[in-house]
Design a protein around this ligand. Structure first.
Ligand SMILES: [Zn+2]
Length: 249
């Protein structure tokens, strides 16, 4: 895509990043997804001004929670900029409008799962279903062969992750502390339907590699204890996002 499109999509990414943050905060707080900007502090959830939907300005204008006084985390700005960078990178790499649209659209549910799982260690099925619907829609637009490919890849990923889940449960002897949750199995299916075979292999293995590196860093910096479960979902999402934007093109 041309430099102008790259810049424009980078700007769109900034807005998408802000909206993803707002929606994820709502889902993490178990409020309706479109209930609008709210305080992310646990047990607060007070509404923030609607300007909170906007990138940067929203963060600055709706900085303090009127109820509990907590400041919105500055990480929100970093997240918005990262999403802007991702959109611009995708625009620079893809010339085919439909392939580009797929990457940008798929990024949204993956980013929601990434944030919500990171904050709460929960993967919500409504996000998985929304993502699967998008994956099916793009596969259908490509033709019945791609749709069949998406379904088969998803089934394969579920089988692989279900196997890991059982294996981990046997090793850890306690389903509550295994590093894999059922949510991760659903997430693997979603990623598979989005990136298709053979990209699914690099996406899931990159995710597991990032998770291993992430847990070593979190343990070394004592941000988590040895017995704490580490959420896998955010790393799987990150792996999928990388493979989506670097694959094809
Ligand atoms: Zn608050």
């Amino acid at each position: 895509m041309s430099g102008l499109v790259v810049a424009l999509l980078g700007l769109v990414g900034l807005f998408v990043g802000a909206a993803v943050w707002v929606v994820s905060t709502a889902q993490a707080g178990r409020r309706p997804l479109w209930s609008g900007p709210a305080c992310g502090t646990k047990d607060c959830g007070a509404g923030l001004p609607a300007v909170g939907w906007l990138p940067i300005v929203g963060f600055l204008a709706a900085r303090r929670c009127p109820a509990c006084g907590a400041a919105q985390p500055a990480k929100r700005l970093g997240f918005e900029l990262a999403v802007a960078g991702y959109f611009a990178l995708a625009a620079a790499r893809f010339d085919d409008p439909r392939a580009l649209a797929a990457v940008l659209v798929f990024a949204v549910p993956l980013l929601v799962v990434l944030l919500v799982d990171w904050w709460t260690r929960l993967i919500h099925l409504e996000t998985i279903y929304a993502g699967l619907a998008l994956a099916v829609a793009f596969a259908l637009a490509d033709g019945p062969k791609t749709l069949l490919e998406a379904v088969l890849t998803a089934v394969g990923a579920v089988l692989m992750f279900a196997f890991f889940f059982v294996l981990a449960a046997l090793i850890y002897r306690n389903v509550k502390v295994v590093p894999f949750g059922i949510g991760d199995v659903y997430l693997a299916a979603l990623i598979a339907a989005m990136v298709l075979y053979p990209n699914v292999i690099s996406a899931l293995f990159l995710g597991m590699f990032l998770a291993a590196v992430g847990s070593v860093v979190l343990l070394a910096t004592k941000r988590v204890g040895r017995r704490d479960p580490i959420p896998y979902g955010p790393y799987l999402c990150a792996g999928a996002l990388v493979v989506l934007v670097l694959g094809g093109g």
